[in-house]
Design a protein around this ligand. Structure first.
Ligand code: HEM
Length: 389
């Protein structure tokens, strides 16, 4: 019995102690339960079979193990990192990525319209209070007017259930550590990756913390409406640290996804503000098709694709078609058309070079994923992405 116990003790110890002390000290290290088991065996065993010297040695060992378990020697870092969750969760960052990939890929394959929806969520989250998942917070009696309720988000912003699903999965194995803000950005990354059949568009860093401020007033003021002209767009982007080039390339996200008719019908029926007129910048055939899809007398707010050539429900393609559409007068928003007023040369460049667009977009969306992030010790890790802790 004694020798059996001793061998078992040695094996468990060997397995665990060969790993770095600092890793064992992580609150949720996979060895935690083994160490507890070991302590239990030692406690049961000492009084009956061991002499006092051995008891002393073992109690010192127990003190060491206790220290290892209860001191969080791997505190969350205060900088973004591509390996942020290593040492903080079992399986580290890789396991988080694998779980997010499995869940998000399944969801976006089942409903490809979620891919543009998530891409837009990345923009709407980052633009208000930074990339801190503030857009995910639901209203409640204490906070009745949240970002989510802004007309810019409601009812058009979608995909919240994707983030919820990833959050439940990661909370189950590493509670209280992985932020909703990181989950949101990782979900967008996986959505793009799935669209490109597994080939990578970009990588991101992790370590964002969740915000607790979410105000409809800020969303109303800060999210650019589709009626903005070029200089208003430039001002909006500059206020978040983005330049004219980044405005140009990020707007390329309008190469996929959908819009409600209400976001652009003023261009069709009320361009001059007196109840008449169609924006002359719109190609006449395109304007006609839009009027058919979005009749002035409609009682339901219809939906049309942002790129007229892409069907809504199938897996969309992410390409430079948007810039070709701008040049052809076939974009939905005044803000889209404004780009050629502002920088025709760059519209031409992207219209003729898909690879350049893709590469520049990848760089810009990584920057968007990191806009005004909250870092430890600021912010919190929400237990539920829809509620403050
Ligand atoms: C430059 C200023 C921008 C304006 C004024 C703008 C405006 C809009 C509007 C009005 C819609 C349609 C909403 C609806 O009625 O359903 C929309 C859709 C969309 N926007 Fe933007 N947007 C801008 C920039 C961006 C950026 C930077 C991104 C992403 C990086 C983005 C991604 C999208 C996507 C993917 C959709 C389609 C969403 C879906 O299918 O659910 N937009 N945008």
């Amino acid at each position: 019995m004694y020798f059996h116990q001793k061998t078992r003790t040695r094996t468990i110890l060997y397995e665990c102690l060969r790993q770095e002390y600092s890793t064992i000290a992580s609150r949720r290290h996979p060895c935690s339960s083994q160490i507890h088991q070991l302590q239990h065996h030692i406690r049961k065993f000492i009084p009956k079979t061991m002499d006092k010297v051995m008891a002393l040695i073992l109690s010192m060992l127990m003190a060491f193990l206790n220290l290892a378990l209860h001191v969080n020697a791997v505190p969350p870092g205060s900088a973004l990192s591509s390996t942020y969750y290593d040492g903080l969760c079992p399986g580290g960052t890789k396991r988080f990525q694998t779980i997010a990939s499995t869940i998000v890929a399944a969801k976006v394959i089942a409903d490809p319209t979620l891919i543009p929806a998530l891409a837009r969520m990345c923009f709407h989250d980052g633009w208000v209070e930074g990339s801190d998942a503030s857009v995910l917070l639901d209203f409640n009696s204490s906070f009745p007017d949240v970002e989510k309720n802004s007309p810019a988000n409601n009812p058009s912003l979608r995909g919240y259930e994707v983030i919820d699903a990833v959050k439940s999965a990661v909370e189950a194995y590493c509670p209280g550590v992985i932020s909703c803000a990181d989950i949101l950005q990782e979900s967008v990354r996986v959505a793009f990756k799935t669209l490109f059949a597994g080939s990578l568009l970009y990588n991101i860093r992790y370590g964002r913390r969740d915000g607790s401020i979410s105000l409809i007033t800020e969303a109303n003021q800060q999210l650019p409406p589709p009626t903005f002209n070029y200089s208003q767009l430039i001002t909006s982007f500059a206020s978040k640290g983005f330049n004219a080039h980044e405005l140009m390339v990020l707007s390329g996200a309008h190469t996929f996804g959908v819009s409600h008719c209400s976001s652009f019908t003023s261009r069709l029926y009320n361009f001059y503000g007196n109840g008449t007129g169609t924006d002359p910048a719109l190609d006449p055939t395109y304007a006609f098709a839009l009027k058919v899809a979005c009749p002035q007398t409609a009682t339901v707010d219809g939906i049309v694709p942002l790129d007229y050539a892409k069907p809504i429900i199938t897996l969309p393609s992410f390409d430079n078609q948007y810039y070709k559409n701008i040049l052809a007068g076939k974009v939905l928003f005044i803000s889209d058309n404004a780009l050629q007023v502002g920088d025709l040369a760059e519209v031409n460049l992207y219209a003729s070079n898909n690879n350049q667009f893709r590469n520049d977009f990848a760089q810009a969306i990584v920057k968007l994923s990191e806009v005004q992030v909250k870092l430890y010790p600021n912010g919190q890790i929400r237990a539920n992405c829809r509620k403050r802790n």
